[in-house]
Design a protein around this ligand. Structure first.
Ligand code: NAP
Length: 289
């Protein structure tokens, strides 16, 4: 397959390029400023020059708190950008795989969310990502939407790197580290997501897929697992969301069930601690960052 990856310099995009090349796909990766998906004409020109079989969109405005104060930018990238990609894909006969988020849900459900649950985003980021899903489904029948969550990997900034850095500082200064314990979700490793997406693309099974690791934990439990894995002797304390206010509201429960992947016999996502062990192993390799 000729695969075009948009957002190829991002946390997921970089690993997606590597995964596609490793699977011997004819792979083209692109990001700002070569392509700006908020610009419909430029996007259309770029895609018709590449003529991909499949586009994987890893590009988005992902700064969840900044979306609250810049609604226009959030919708320009996360809704209109997806519409431009879908229109360009339709013109050149390509399929489009798009990445979405657990934050499309309000977090009030007690059980894990399945694909048939009604989204009800609480943040501008979640609203704009849901709008992106909706325009894609409307414009292009040959689409895939993968809702992922709590992403970490070797590339870019993420919770693992942030906690490791802050924990080392706090340990050095003899201070405690407080992390919210009343938001539950599933840490999900970029490389697992890439492998899962490629497995689905090889089947031509279109539509919506929840795509996270198995199991769940709170941010506090994830932080504890991180500091223990790196053997950082910091005093880690749980706190509540109310004690740690952020501009964008987060869902209390954003655990996703990979119901569709399981139904199709395609689920290859492993338990989150097992995936984290694989991440640590990759990080120790000379090529890891
Ligand atoms: N990170 C998470 O925990 C998480 C959770 C659930 C879902 N997701 C979804 O997963 C996907 C990948 O996330 P990520 O963490 O890899 O994000 P990321 O590291 O922020 O990467 C996004 C990439 O898209 C680029 N981009 C932004 N606006 C663009 C535009 N208008 N045109 C072209 N490229 C543009 C960014 O460039 P600049 O850096 O130059 O802006 C960046 O290289 C996103 O769809 C995100 O919504 C992420």
């Amino acid at each position: 397959m000729k695969i075009l990856i948009i957002g190829a310099n991002g946390q997921l995009g970089k690993d997606m390029v590597t995964a596609c090349k490793a699977a011997n796909h004819d792979t083209v990766g692109v990001d700002l400023p070569q392509i700006d998906i908020t610009d419909g004409n430029q996007t259309s020109r770029f895609i018709s020059s590449v003529k991909p079989d499949t586009i994987i969109n890893c590009a988005a405005f992902t700064a969840v708190d900044r979306c609250e104060s810049d609604r226009a930018k959030a919708f320009a990238a996360n809704r209109d950008g997806v519409a431009h990609l879908a229109e360009a894909a339709a013109t050149c006969g390509a399929a489009l795989a798009h990445i979405s988020t657990d934050y499309v849900f309000d977090g009030t459900k007690r059980e894990p969310y399945v694909e048939t649950d009604l989204p009800n985003p609480r943040s501008v980021y979640g609203e704009s990502k849901l709008a992106g899903e909706q325009v894609l489904a409307k414009i292009l029948p040959r689409h895939y939407i993968f809702r992922i969550a709590w992403l970490y990997g070797l590339q870019g900034a993420n919770f693992v790197k942030t906690i490791r850095t802050i924990a080392l500082q706090k340990a050095h200064n003899g201070e405690s580290l407080r992390v919210v314990d009343d938001q539950v979700g599933t840490p999900t490793y970029t490389r697992e997501v890439c492998a899962q997406i490629l497995a689905v693309l090889s089947q031509n099974t279109f539509g919506l897929f929840h795509c996270t690791a198995e199991g769940a934990c709170s941010w506090y439990a994830f932080a504890r697992h991180i500091i223990e894995s790196y053997r950082i002797a910091v005093d880690l304390q749980p706190c509540t969301t109310v004690e740690f206010p952020r501009p964008a509201p987060r869902p209390a429960n954003s655990v996703l069930e990979n119901a569709r992947l399981k139904k199709e016999g395609l689920n290859r996502m492993v338990e989150w601690r097992q995936a984290f062990a694989a991440f640590l192993e990759e990080e120790r390799q000379p090529s890891g960052e």
